[in-house]
Write a protein that binds this ligand. Structure first.
Ligand code: PXP
Length: 238
């Protein structure tokens, strides 16, 4: 069975828009666990635009499933990750201008930094995954630097339609098979939503899906009746 890991970054995006204490990504993570999430993912970005250092510490202390921390290869971020006690680390590329993670890691280009980071993170007790585009060369390189997992970037699949979506699904299928053949374990994520998740959830060898934005957006949309109704009741019956 494919596992669902819920990414809570965009709960923090809403909170940071007002620098309030709510909505709290940790409380949200606990609710997600209660609803069946098998793990919680967050990305501490260097610009701290959503998740804050203390959120990671509180997630570590409070969730009871599995904490997956996404991090870039910048020394400051790696130093934090090494102390975080996360169950798994997903190494991602990060640039300050991007709205979200735009592409997979260039594993070969980053070989030197990965050769240091992968064993160091593994020695801290977590599983190490590399976020990669579904290309065989990236998987070969991931194997070479000693990663246990790859997370296949599903963004191109999610953004495509019609025949191109089928082609992107074939790329993901091929990458999952190739990765498994190399002894890598395979996760997937990015851009998955309620309309496109099905075919990815049935790909052979994919163990876990990381999904964030669509779930937060869905909760906002479908939580509106309860949120307005409760406020209306408080105004009518103060
Ligand atoms: N996986 C990785 C490596 C990511 O960087 C992200 C976005 O933070 C996700 C999965 C989740 O993507 P989305 O928010 O589009 O579901």
């Amino acid at each position: 069975m494919v596992k669902l890991h819920v990414n809570v970054d965009h709960v923090a995006t809403v909170r940071q828009a007002r620098r309030e204490a709510f909505p709290d990504p940790v409380a949200w993570a606990l609710a997600a666990e209660k609803a069946g999430a098998e793990g919680i993912t967050c990305h501490l970005r260097q610009d701290r635009r959503h998740i804050q250092d203390d959120d990671v510490r509180r997630l570590r202390a409070e969730i009871t499933t599995f904490l997956n921390l996404e991090t870039s290869l910048e020394p400051e971020m790696l130093a934090f990750a090494l102390e975080s006690g996360a169950d798994a680390f997903c190494l991602v590329p990060e640039s300050r201008e991007e709205i979200t993670t735009e592409g997979g890691l260039d594993v070969r280009g980053e070989r030197d930094r990965l050769a240091d980071a992968v064993p160091a993170l593994a020695a801290s007790g977590g599983l190490v995954s590399l976020f990669v585009d579904p290309d065989r060369e990236q998987l070969d390189a991931a194997r070479e630097v000693g990663a246990q997992f790859v997370e296949l970037h599903t963004g191109a699949y999610a953004n495509a339609t019609g025949a191109e979506r089928e082609r992107q699904l074939d790329r993901l299928r091929d990458a999952a098979l190739h990765g498994r053949g190399l002894g890598l374990r395979v996760n997937a994520g990015h851009g998955l939503d309620y309309g496109n998740v099905g075919p990815v959830a049935t790909l052979q060898h994919v163990e876990e899906l990381n999904i964030g934005f669509a779930i937060v957006a869905h909760a906002l949309m479908y939580g509106v009746a309860a949120a307005v109704g409760e406020m209306r009741a408080l105004i009518l019956h103060p």
